[in-house]
Design a protein around this ligand. Structure first.
Ligand code: ADP
Length: 375
């Protein structure tokens, strides 16, 4: 039997708060989402009180998790700055990044639970995901974004890989985003893409220790409190894996579809299958699987060797009934261009690798045609 809102309310009524009243009477709770054993809500307090409420958040999460039948419980602590209080000057954002990104929420800002509300001006948001790290997800996400750009689309890239944001390295971008007059972040521009990454705001190690709700708050804010402008496609580089944080993101971000990156190795394919199951669970269509590091291409003679038993992802895609989008070779120039901050589609636009990414981009674009045309 599913968990009811009443059961959640009853559990929360036993959680004490610094205001001396039960959590349910403190006037700080967002609407509670409880379905299929998954419970999400947020506790909204003033920024100045946030520290004192962290233990309440933890207690609330534990209380909900203890209800029989609850599989996932996520409670976000969101802290509002009082209207009229000073905004941090842009040059200080870096030092205050954790506070601003993870917990500050401007009045009227969308709650992390405001599932599926569209982003005005953005026609289609797609996720690039992988069942595990190190399979080339971020490299593929960026080159795919550039391939979509080459097709004449307006494209953004959101690096939501909070556990290891690599877009600053892949693009060479190091600046901090400026704030607009209405205190939204202005994405950085590079290669004709609008780009936002948690790595622009906090040190990598800081993001690594964030827990689920903070990750969610941060990504929601990077999605909604950023001046994306008019985009045909926003590519979201997801955190690797298929845990609770990824599942919640897949559910929270209004995705038109997801792309799974896999290497040919068996283990990676098993992980890819989990990724597929995750998106299906939250009703996000899987646009297809890309096999990365599919075969080894010798940089000297161009000879191809199937050192990993190439083709596994294609078979897997066929078996699972999802499109197979293409194969990207393991090639030194894909790595060196990425590491130099000049991705291969940008730096070698007439080379064979750019052509592969563009062909994949065309397949993705065709699947999004409806959404792009409607916008
Ligand atoms: P992930 O996002 O899955 O952790 P990255 O995109 O950061 O993976 O890639 C991991 C490493 O593999 C990087 O050094 C990257 O340059 C390299 N890489 C990714 N794809 C390829 C490829 N097709 N050929 C060669 N190197 C690649």
């Amino acid at each position: 039997m599913g968990v009811t809102q009443q059961q959640v309310q009853d559990a929360l009524a036993k959680v004490a708060t610094p205001r001396g009243v039960a959590l349910t009477n403190a006037g700080v709770l967002s609407p509670i989402s409880a379905s299929d054993g998954k419970v999400f809500f947020s506790i909204n307090v003033e920024a100045s009180e946030a520290r004192a409420w962290e233990s309440v958040r933890a207690a609330a999460e534990a209380a909900v998790r203890a209800i029989p039948g609850v599989e996932v419980a996520m409670v976000a602590l969101t802290a509002e700055r009082k209207a009229g209080s000073a905004a941090p000057p842009p040059q200080h954002r870096h030092a205050q990044g954790v506070q601003n990104v993870a917990s500050h929420r401007p009045p009227g800002g969308a709650s992390p639970m405001a599932k599926q509300a569209e982003i005005p001006g953005v026609a289609a948001i797609i996720a690039v995901a992988s069942g595990k790290g190190g399979v080339g997800k971020s490299t593929t996400a960026l080159n795919l974004a550039l391939g979509l750009r080459d097709l004449g689309l307006r494209v953004g890239l959101l690096d939501a890989d909070i556990y290891g944001p690599s877009v600053p390295r892949l693009t060479g971008l190091r600046e901090k985003p400026q704030l607009s007059d209405d205190r939204k972040m202005i994405p950085l521009q590079r290669f004709g893409l609008s780009i936002m990454s948690i790595g622009f705001l906090v040190e990598e190690e800081t993001a690594m220790i964030w827990r689920g709700p903070m990750v969610m708050s941060a990504v929601t804010q990077m999605l909604r409190d950023v001046v994306w402008g008019k985009l045909d496609v926003l590519v979201v580089d997801m955190p690797p894996g298929t845990g609770d944080a990824q599942l919640t993101l897949a559910q929270t971000v209004p995705l038109k579809g997801a792309i799974i990156i896999s290497t040919p190795q068996d283990l990676s394919l098993i992980d890819a299958r989990r990724g597929l199951a995750m998106f299906r669970k939250v009703n996000v269509p899987v646009l297809g699987i890309i096999e990365n590091m599919s075969y080894f291409q010798c940089p000297h003679c161009g000879t191809k060797s199937d050192i990993f038993g190439h083709g596994g992802a294609r078979h897997e895609a066929e078996r699972l009934g999802v499109p197979f989008l293409g194969e990207i070779p393991l090639h030194i120039s894909i790595r060196t261009t990425s590491d130099a901050g000049t991705p291969v589609v940008e730096s070698e636009p007439s080379g064979p690798h750019a052509a592969i990414y563009r062909a994949i981009a065309a397949k993705v674009r065709d699947q999004l045609q409806g959404a792009i045309a409607a916008a």
